[in-house]
Write a protein that binds this ligand. Structure first.
Ligand code: ADP
Ligand code: MG
Length: 397
């Protein structure tokens, strides 16, 4: 997965380059963009292409229009924002069928360095089903293809996978290149020791991640809600903490596997327990198991110390899933402490998972991490060791 063609490996001068971006930005009720991180993130690839004389045709999905035009999910606001950021006109091709008269005309009139943005690709019902008609139509606008949308890389859609069948070259942009480099190296070619920290609410959502990472890591740290299923498997009492009964056996198997592989697997030795799921609940620190009538909502101080020590010598750390209910201040200490440890480590630190990234941002430590993955679901599948169709479809060097 690591040896993919990038924009710099292909000839773009005078070429019509179709770029799949991730412009799935949040809008308020007046269709103002409330967070332009994704637009800013797409600029390096777009600016490179403009500078090198490409005709830049951008496409993306936004939200879930479910295969029909929905004006409130039009990419028109993105065209405006992009135009401001690039300091040049971005022609918006407002076709309900995405590749329609406006798009064809706009592309036909392009000079080198011009930028056209197509309408929301999910206006077309074919898009998420990867049906050829739409892939062919998209390809008919361009000479080469560039994928820079990591967030959808775990899906095979027309605009990131289907289209590559009908164009001679598919390369990745800088965003995907960075994801492959950091996520890929962290898991498949890490500087050791490699530690992974897993948390979040459910064991069941991260089964394949745990299983795959046990093949790769030197240390596996488990916190968050999923830790209680592991504690239960060890015979500890867990009160009314989050438990997935059906996965107790799985947790035991994973602990056995860790032992066989010589992986150090750590689970919490104390917790912040609460009488109910509320920031205003009565709270206590408890060692070992959880008291009857209480639930564990964060890792405790001794666990913070245990985990911090285990991370001290790590040279690569992958983190997915918060250590507690970080949305409530009383249960955010564990997550913040671990974020701080990672921020100060002399190691490659890679953060994936929507909530973990939010937690690191909230702690103001994002710029202290080596890499923050932009794709929640995609980064999870990467950690599961799966081949992502959107990345497979990019040509090798
Ligand atoms: P990510 O998005 O980083 O992959 P998840 O979606 O798996 O993470 O899990 C995040 C959620 O897990 C958060 O909403 C957090 O409140 C919840 N969580 C963490 N620890 C606990 C706990 N001990 N009990 C209940 N929920 C928890
Ligand atoms: Mg999440």
């Amino acid at each position: 997965m690591l040896n993919k063609k990038t924009v710099e490996d292909i000839d773009v001068k005078g070429k019509r380059v179709l770029v799949r971006c991730d412009f799935n930005v949040p809008l308020d009720e007046n269709r103002n963009i409330t967070d332009d991180t994704r637009i800013v993130g797409a600029l390096p690839t777009i600016e490179y292409l403009i500078k090198n004389g490409a005709k830049v045709i951008l496409c993306s999905h936004m939200g879930k229009p479910k295969g029909e035009p929905k004006p409130e999910l039009s990419l028109a606001p993105v065209a405006k924002a992009l135009s401001e950021k690039l300091g040049k006109a971005v022609v918006f091709a407002a076709d309900d069928n995405v590749v329609g008269e406006n798009a064809k005309k706009a592309v036909a009139e392009m000079a080198d360095g011009d930028v056209v943005l197509l309408e929301n690709t999910r206006y077309r019902v074919e898009e998420t089903k990867n049906i050829d008609d739409f892939s062919k139509e998209l390809a008919s606008l361009a000479d080469v293809f560039v994928n820079d949308a990591f967030g959808t890389a775990h899906r095979a859609h027309c605009s990131n996978v289907g289209v590559t069948q009908y164009l001679p070259v598919a390369a990745c942009g800088y965003l995907i290149q960075k994801e492959i480099q950091f996520l890929g190296n962290a898991v498949n070619n890490p500087v050791r020791p490699l530690a992974a920290i897993l948390g979040g609410s459910k064991v069941s959502s991260k089964i394949s991640v745990i299983n795959n990472l046990l093949e790769k890591v030197d240390t596996l740290i488990i916190g968050g809600g999923m830790a209680y299923t592991f504690m239960k498997a060890q015979g500890l009492s867990i009160g009314k903490s989050l438990l997935e009964e059906d996965f107790i056996g799985y947790a035991s198997d994973m602990m056995k596997k860790a032992e066989e592989k010589g992986v150090k697997l750590l689970i919490p030795i104390d917790s912040v327990e609460a009488s109910e799921y509320s920031n205003d609940a009565e709270i206590k620190i408890c060692e070992g198991g959880i008291d009857d009538g209480f639930m564990g909502l964060d890792i405790g101080p001794k666990t913070i110390e245990l985990f911090s020590n285990a991370l001290k010598d790590a040279k690569t750390v992958v983190w997915n899933g918060p250590m507690g209910v970080f949305e409530m201040p009383n249960f955010a200490k564990g997550t913040n402490a671990i974020a701080k440890v990672l921020a100060e480590l002399d190691a490659t630190t890679v953060i994936g998972g929507g909530d973990s990234v939010a937690a690191v941002n909230k702690a103001g430590l994002a710029d202290k991490m080596t890499h923050i993955s932009t794709g929640g679901g995609a980064s999870l599948e990467f950690l599961e060791g799966k081949d992502l169709p959107g990345i497979v479809a990019i040509n090798d060097k």
